[in-house]
Design a protein around this ligand. Structure first.
Ligand SMILES: [Zn+2]
Length: 81
């Protein structure tokens, strides 16, 4: 009896968290986060409108998404009257 063996060799690529985020100012997904754990800081910069912010509450466990959260908080915090 012929037994066909179907080999599925398709591997799912590991899901990568995109390192670009949407900009609260211009609305484009152009925010890039440069994380400098050694210096305990991060620079958030929008490649579209040029909005830039330095985040200094960085530690060894800080992930870019946390930086983005701090950035958003600060962005809207500063706008509050
Ligand atoms: Zn922008």
């Amino acid at each position: 009896m012929g037994r066909r063996r179907r080999q599925k060799t398709r591997r799912r690529p590991p899901k990568r968290i995109p390192d670009v985020y949407s900009c609260p100012d211009c609305g484009n997904t152009a925010i890039k986060i440069d994380l400098y754990r050694d210096n305990e800081m991060a620079i958030v910069k929008c490649g579209s409108c040029g909005l830039e912010m330095t985040i200094t509450d960085v530690n060894a466990l800080t992930e870019p998404v946390d930086i983005y959260g701090s950035f958003i908080d600060r962005y809207y915090g500063e706008r509050k009257p």
